[in-house]
Design a protein around this ligand. Sequence first.
Ligand SMILES: [Zn+2]
Length: 240
Amino acid sequence: MDKLALLYEYQQADAELEAFEKNLRNTQTRKQLIKLQNYLKKQQAVLRDMENRALVEQNALSEIDSQYDRMIELLSKKHKNIDEYESVDPQVLDYNVVRDLVHEYEMTYENIVKQKNRALAVQKRAEETDARLKEILSKVSKAQKEFAELKKQHEEELRSDSDTHEKLKKAAELAASKVDPALLERYNRIKQNRPMPVSLLKDGRCMGCNMELPSRDLAKLKKDGAIVECENCGRILYLI
Ligand SMILES: [Zn+2]
C-alpha cells in the first residue's frame, strides 16, 4: 500500500472516531443536562436577589415595630397627662393648654394608625416574597432531582459507549502508526484549518473544494510518491 493510501485509511478511522466523539458530546441527555444546569444557575441568582429583598423587608418591619412601640409609649404618656387635667378644678384649667394636649394626643394617635398601615403594607410584601420564594425553591428542588437522575443516565450512556469508543480509538491509533510520520504531521497541520485534509481527485477535480487541478499538478500526482496539495483548499490530493 502506498503512503497516500495509508493516510487515506487513517483519515477514515480518524473521521469515524471524531463523529462518534461528537455524538457523545451531543446526546439528548447531555443537552438536557446543560439546559437544566443553566436553569439552576439562573434560579440561584434569582434566589440570592429574593433573599436580599426579604432581608430589606424584615429590616423595614422591625424599624416600624420599634417606632410603633415608641409612639404607643408616647400616647400613653399623653393620655396620663390628660387624665391629670381631668381632676383639676375647671375654674383654674387653662383652656389652651388642654386644647394643645388633646391635639397632640390626636396627632400621636394618627401617626400610630399610619405606622400600622405601613407595617401592614410591608408585611403583605414580605408575605408575597415568602410565597414566591417557596414556589421557586420547590421548582429548584424538582430541577435538582431531575438533574441528578439525568446525570446518572448520562454516566450510564457513557459507560455503555466506552467499549465502542475504545475500539475506534485503537483503530485510529493503529492506522496512524502505519502512516509516514512527516506525512501525518502535514495532515494534522492542514486539519487545523480544513476538515478531512485528504481529498479524492475525481475527473481532474479536488473533491474537497471542486476546483480543477492544473495539468502539471496532475502529472506530478501520477508520479509515484509525489504529494500534491490542492492549490485552492490546500488539501492533500489522493488519486485512487
Ligand atoms: Zn481543493
